[in-house]
Design a protein around this ligand. Sequence first.
Ligand SMILES: Nc1ncnc2c1ncn2[C@@H]1O[C@H](COP(=O)(O)OP(=O)(O)OP(=O)(O)O)[C@@H](O)[C@H]1O
Length: 353
Amino acid sequence: MAATRDGVLEALKQITDPVSGSDIVAAGVVRALNVEGDEVRFVLEIDPAKAKTYEPVRDAAEAAARSAGAGSVSAVLTAHSAKEPPDLKPAKKAEPKGPQRVPGVDHIIAIASGKGGVGKSTVAANIACALAAEGRRVGLLDADVYGPSQPRMMGVSGRPASPDGKIILPLRNHGVTMMSIGLMVNEDQAVVWRGPMLMGALQQMLMQVQWGALDCLIVDLPPGTGDVSMTLAQKTEVDGAIIVSTPQDVALLDARKGIDMFTQLKVPVLGLIENMSTHICSNCGHEEHIFGHGGVKAEAGKMGVPLLSEVPLHLDIRVASDGGAPIVVTRPDSPQAQAFRQVARDLVSRGVA
Ligand SMILES: Nc1ncnc2c1ncn2[C@@H]1O[C@H](COP(=O)(O)OP(=O)(O)OP(=O)(O)O)[C@@H](O)[C@H]1O
């Protein structure tokens, strides 16, 4: 008669496992039982240290299989592995990830301000162009959803192409690769974004724009300490933040809030830039401290952050920005441009850009 799998198993169950005391099937010693016609093969998986003890068990198992109708029996003693069996369950859902790097981008520097109108975008555009002048591969992301001004300042327009509907091709001018939320909406369209839309747009501009290999990506944030700044710091590894402030008391108070926010978000504050520090008359060169002088420096000292630069209020800076080429590009050797170029050199020498 031909052996059956159940018949062989029944016969093997009559043999006691010397280690556990139960039968060798229940003890999990019998593995890979294969019955084909009158040929029976199985493995006895055992602790290798007990091989001698199991010799008679194997003989008994072979005899039992024969008694169940097997013509030829092959019973092999193998060592059970110490390794856990592979876990074939679907992989657990990934834990929420911490801040991520943008592929290809070595450093990210956020340019922030506590309040609007202090010249944050002017500073961002000039620092980006100044870094490019230092030979760095630079990107500029205009994330100022409430008033995207980089297309105007950097002299770019037109909608960015997206050949496959997923990757967005950035634009380029003055040696800077750039992308602005302003290029995705109509220029005069008041952008009323809700929190989740803001975060989605920011993520899209960071991750879906083909930035290429960059030494540094400058992010021009909206003023204040809102959703965009928080999202950027929480989702992306930001190497540092630069806070722009005018010498006015109110601007300084707000700058302090900005510094606190970045400190809480564990983003190093690289320093403060005092913009519109002194007014230099474009006619006679006379210098006037319209908003007072020394306040930002004193505040920076108190907070233990460096004052990176004091940028004067100068007509040329505004005219250049409004004309689509920052002063660092139009008059690179002017003292006004040097105020930005010095910051760029400083960032490069600190290894953050
Ligand atoms: N140092 C400066 N000298 C002369 N004009 C300046 C200077 N800095 C900025 N401006 C001008 O001030 C205006 C506001 O600057 P900018 O748009 O950079 O400010 P912002 O802080 O980015 O404003 P927003 O809050 O709207 O984003 C612009 O017209 C700009 O050209």
